[in-house]
Design a binder for this molecule. Structure first.
Ligand code: CO
Length: 213
């Protein structure tokens, strides 16, 4: 891990340019024209979860916001502007929250050891941990328990999307983005889709009854 030296990174970039131009001499001209991605993804900053690489998605395909533990924070201007821009201007079709197993942010939330500001950032996960303690405490293996919390976290962040004004506005229209939650299983490399209890969310009033998925 962490083996690439700085010069090699730039060398890789030059090789990539050559490869792209070989395939299509106008590649960069076309790239510069603009973007119309179908997906907004909210992922973790973790260096082991580079979404484009994992999904073999070339430039122009995914609009991405990343932060520690893939949080959908309702007070984060950075995230909210990404959400608004991608929904209202890029008109993306899917919002996908991507969590992952063995997430350091989750461990910090559970253990509460001093990791600086990150502890403040993951405080909402600490609440998820406390609220789901009964279920989580039944899992003896500590890593498996943390991974279960990763799943709970990603579903909770998907739910948070429906609390935003951007999504409320979008849901008044005929077409609106669909919300999904995925987990990157770092032990196998598989991207797994999580079940979202959308019918339950409708009953709770978080989601309008007309939302189709
Ligand atoms: Co993480």
């Amino acid at each position: 891990m962490g083996k690439l030296i700085l010069g090699q990174l730039l060398e890789n970039n030059r090789k990539w340019i050559k490869k792209q131009i070989n395939k299509d001499p106008d590649y960069f001209k076309k790239l510069a024209l603009g973007q119309s991605p179908k997906y907004l993804m909210v992922g973790c900053s973790d260096s082991r979860v580079p979404l484009n690489n994992l999904l073999k998605a070339p430039p122009g395909e995914i609009f991405i916001h990343r932060n520690i533990a893939n949080q959908v924070s309702l007070t984060d201007m950075n995230f909210l502007s990404v959400l608004e821009y991608s929904v209202e201007y890029l008109k993306i079709e899917y919002i996908i929250i991507v969590g992952h197993y063995a997430c350091g942010g989750l461990a910090a939330a559970i253990d509460g050891v001093d990791q600086g500001l990150m502890e403040n950032w993951v405080a909402p996960i600490k609440d998820l941990y406390i609220n789901n303690f009964k279920e989580l405490s039944k899992i003896e293996d500590k890593q498996k328990m943390a991974d279960k919390l990763s799943e709970i976290n990603v579903v909770s962040q998907a739910r948070n999307i429906f609390k935003t004004a951007v999504m409320h506005r979008a849901l008044l229209k005929e077409t609106y983005p669909k919300v999904l939650a995925w987990i990157f299983d770092i032990y196998t490399g598989e991207m797994k889709e999580m079940h979202l209890p959308l019918e339950q969310w409708k009953e709770e009033g978080i989601l309008p009854k007309h939302y189709e998925y």
